[in-house]
Design a protein around this ligand. Structure first.
Ligand code: BGC
Length: 747
């Protein structure tokens, strides 16, 4: 019996140390070029703070102002500095006379944006939600590192990504850019992504801070949520992401939170982010999310993007007039400079290079394989035996040519796509399909089989093909994108009817879902297999084929709950197209001084599975659920409090056995029910471990749990508190399959 490696999310302290070591390991590029002698702040032996302070002393007021705002939208702007832009989403000027570079910012949620426009190439990875389905911090690191490398190769030194608003609203159009419904899982995955992205010497980011949990009216909405609920849900995800990732930047959200716009919200920006979490980086506004000069500055907004409506001439006037102090301005500037030194973008200036497309594609395929969730496998229809299968029908729109991707400012250009070029599209209106062909990938895996295609446009024709085929694989899609929420979770374009008709013609039907969030599946009982492939990236079809034919044993688990129907969601009012959508400048609501409507998040602490548990609702597929081609058995649960006096780490140990005949990786999940007096939802995830097991193998698994993850946020003392009483630890394979339980008393 061997001891497994734990990938719980609790080793934050140790990680922070590692991160600091990485971030401060500055290079010699500048030293070699002679700048070290020229400028004392190029001395890499100094700390980022010391270096920033040295620069700060040299800056004129005008130069300080230059650093705290953007230069407008790089496309079509009239700014005379536009030629200095690298063609990203935005940029800020540097101070060339002092060796301070411009910031070249690029949207890069699941890959580097705008590559086609700029005549370059970038890899599309699976969506952020997909990457969370791997529950794998190491994979998240690989994800961030790849994006960081490609950002630099394309001439960018700052990433706009790291979305970690919780999937509190399953119809949110940006859930594919976020990391699911659990704060500990989401924070761990996004933190690892940012940590490894920044190790490539780019500034990484977390966004949209905070509670940007729906897109409908995002510039006009005021999210109402009490402090305890906020700290234990959405803010906990940011807190963990910040602790692990040490991001150089945090982007404040478009919406307001409890009355104040996020970008002028002192509680969020100063009290929590900068003070309670000791965030050392700078806060920049979402594009057009700045609403004032004096209030925003006092609240802690350090940089306006993409323009200078409030942080240009108006800021200078406010500083000269004394309504904003020189110290306050200096703090904004110091944070920006400090981040530039800490991230290495000054010591390792951008050098454009060629993206390693081949290795990018291999990584993208591997990450997709780890993120595809097997939801149903009746009679073990999967994996298909490539030697035996005689005929396969591939059904679904564009399933002969590509797989769909998430839209909006996260959109990555598909290289050589049949429905390219992206530049001719409205990213809020046109779906983009990556040229990764399910038909070809599946055909290649089963050369002896007859593989035929039907687009599904006519369900009767598709059903006729299904009837003649041994196996049917339907590729079903749900397109989601920024600035728009889904009206419901029904698959669009009558795909439910298509699936029903095809499954009626041939029960050996497997549905592969390409979705940005959860979908309802009225046909779930009538198909044999369901695979959730999310937005699977540049190599999605190969990854799906590898799973369908058993080259890869699926291991991913759901990072969100799939409900039976929208009627089970916390918010009865269906959201829909944003009232702002299509309005001129819908993205740039800079002039709006106050939010115009409130969104009451009354479910509070009960986000995701916590809601469905507390309300005793049956779900279609629970949080944490995912099948494998093998089976696992759990036993021998023990919980040990910290052996150090006053220590705060609880160790949970148990055994997992592979009881099937294939090697596999089981994500073993640990949940805790707090004492009733804590007033919490029935249970919360506190840790997990990915356990690799050969057939018949048993491993002892240890998961350590930090006291914070067992605590509640106490508004009265403004801190985390352990409630005395009995804690029940539950271990198993999903949030609704927890075979092992034991208790621990806290006095
Ligand atoms: C989005 C941000 C994005 C920015 C720049 C905004 O509309 O909300 O997530 O980083 O645009 O593209």
């Amino acid at each position: 019996m061997t001891e497994s490696k734990t990938t719980g999310s609790q080793a934050l302290g140790a990680m922070a140390t590692l991160i600091l070591a990485g971030v401060f390991a500055v290079g010699t590029a500048w030293a070699q070029s002679g700048h070290q002698e020229t400028f004392p702040w190029m001395n890499t032996a100094l700390t980022p703070d010391e270096r920033a302070n040295l620069v700060l002393k040299e800056l004129t007021l005008d130069e300080k102002i230059i650093l705290i705002h953007g230069q407008g939208s790089p496309f079509g702007g009239t700014n005379p500095n536009a030629y200095l832009s690298n063609g990203g989403d935005g940029f800020s000027l540097g101070i060339p006379r002092l060796g301070i570079p411009p910031l070249q910012m690029i949207g890069s949620a699941y890959g580097v944006r705008f590559s086609a426009v700029n005549g370059r190439y970038s890899t599309a990875l699976p969506s952020n939600l997909a990457s969370t389905a791997s529950w794998d911090p190491e994979a998240a690191c690989e994800y961030g590192a790849l994006i960081g490398r490609e950002e630099r190769a394309q001439g960018f030194n700052m990433s706009l990504a790291g979305g970690v608003d919780l999937a509190r609203e399953l119809r949110n159009g940006r859930n594919f850019e976020y990391h699911g419904e659990d704060p500990i899982l989401a924070g761990t995955i996004v933190g690892q992504r940012v940590r490894c992205e920044q190790a490539q010497h780019v500034i990484g980011e977390l966004k949209h801070y905070a509670v940007n949990d729906q897109e409908t009216g995002r510039n006009l909405a005021d999210a109402i949520l009490d402090k305890r609920a906020m700290r234990e849900t959405d803010l906990l995800a940011f807190e963990i992401g910040n602790s692990i990732g040490q991001p150089g930047a945090v982007m404040c959200a478009y919406n307001a939170v409890n009355g104040d716009y996020a970008c002028e919200n002192k509680y969020l920006l100063t009290d929590v982010l900068k003070k309670a979490w000791n965030f050392q980086g700078f806060v920049l506004s979402d594009w057009g999310g700045t609403h004032s000069t004096v209030k925003a500055s006092a609240a802690g907004l350090d940089m306006e993007q993409p323009g200078d409506d409030y942080y240009g001439a108006a800021m200078k006037k406010a500083v000269l007039g004394g309504t904003i102090s020189a110290t306050e301005l200096d703090d904004h500037v110091r944070r920006i400079l400090r981040t530039e030194f800490a991230s290495g973008i000054i010591d390792f200036p951008i050098r454009k290079g060629v993206v390693d497309a081949e290795s990018g594609l291999a990584i993208s395929r591997h990450l997709a394989e780890q993120s595809i969730v097997l939801l149903k496998n009746a009679h073990n229809l999967l994996p298909l035996d490539r030697a035996k299968v005689r005929s396969i029908a591939i059904i679904g729109m564009h399933a002969d040519e590509g797989m769909i991707s998430g839209g909006g400012s996260a959109q990555v250009d598909p290289q050589g796509s049949f429905n390219s070029p992206v530049r001719q599209k409205d990213l809020h209106k046109d779906a983009v399909w990556f040229p990764t062909s399910p038909l070809k990938a599946i055909g290649a895996m089963a050369p002896g089989a007859q593989v035929r295609f039907d687009s599904g446009a006519d369900p009767a024709a598709a059903a006729a093909l299904a009837k003649e085929s041994q196996v049917v694989i339907i590729f079903a899609y749900q397109w989601t994108h920024e600035a728009h929420d889904l009206p419901n979770l029904t698959l669009p374009d009558n795909q439910d009817e298509l699936i029903e008709k095809v499954a009626a013609a041939n029960p050996n039907t497997i549905v592969v879902l390409e979705t940005g969030t959860a979908a309802t599946m009225p046909w779930a009982d009538r198909v044999s297999g369901i695979l959730e492939a999310w937005y699977a990236g540049s190599k999605g079809a190969d990854a799906v084929a590898n799973i369908i034919f058993g080259e890869v044993n699926p291991s991913a688990k759901l990072p969100i709950t799939f409900p039976v129907s929208e009627a089970d969601l916390p918010h009865p009012i269906l959201v829909g197209p944003s009232p702002e959508e299509g309005a001129p400048g819908a993205n740039m609501r800079t002039g709006v001084a106050r939010p115009t409507f409130k969104v009451h998040y009354d479910e509070g602490l009960k986000v995701g599975y916590k809601w469905f548990d507390a309300e005793n609702k049956t779900v279609l597929f629970p949080f944490g659920f995912g099948l494998s081609y093998t089976t696992y058995n759990y036993s021998d649960l023990e919980v040990m409090p910290d052996s150090n006096p006053g220590g705060s780490v609880t160790t949970v140990s148990f055994q997992v056995k592979n009881t099937g005949s294939r090697a596999g990786v089981e994500i073993a999940e640990v949940y805790v029910s707090l004492p009733a007096s804590a007033g919490e939802p029935p249970k919360r995830l506190v840790g997990w471990s990915r356990v690799a097991l050969d057939p018949g193998e048993t491993r002892k698994v240890k998961v350590t749990v930090d006291a914070k993850f067992l605590s509640v946020f106490d508004e009265a003392t403004n801190g985390w508190k352990l409630i005395p009483g009995v804690y029940t630890f539950r271990v198993g394979s999903s949030s609704r399959d927890l075979a092992l339980t034991t208790t621990m008393a806290v006095h």
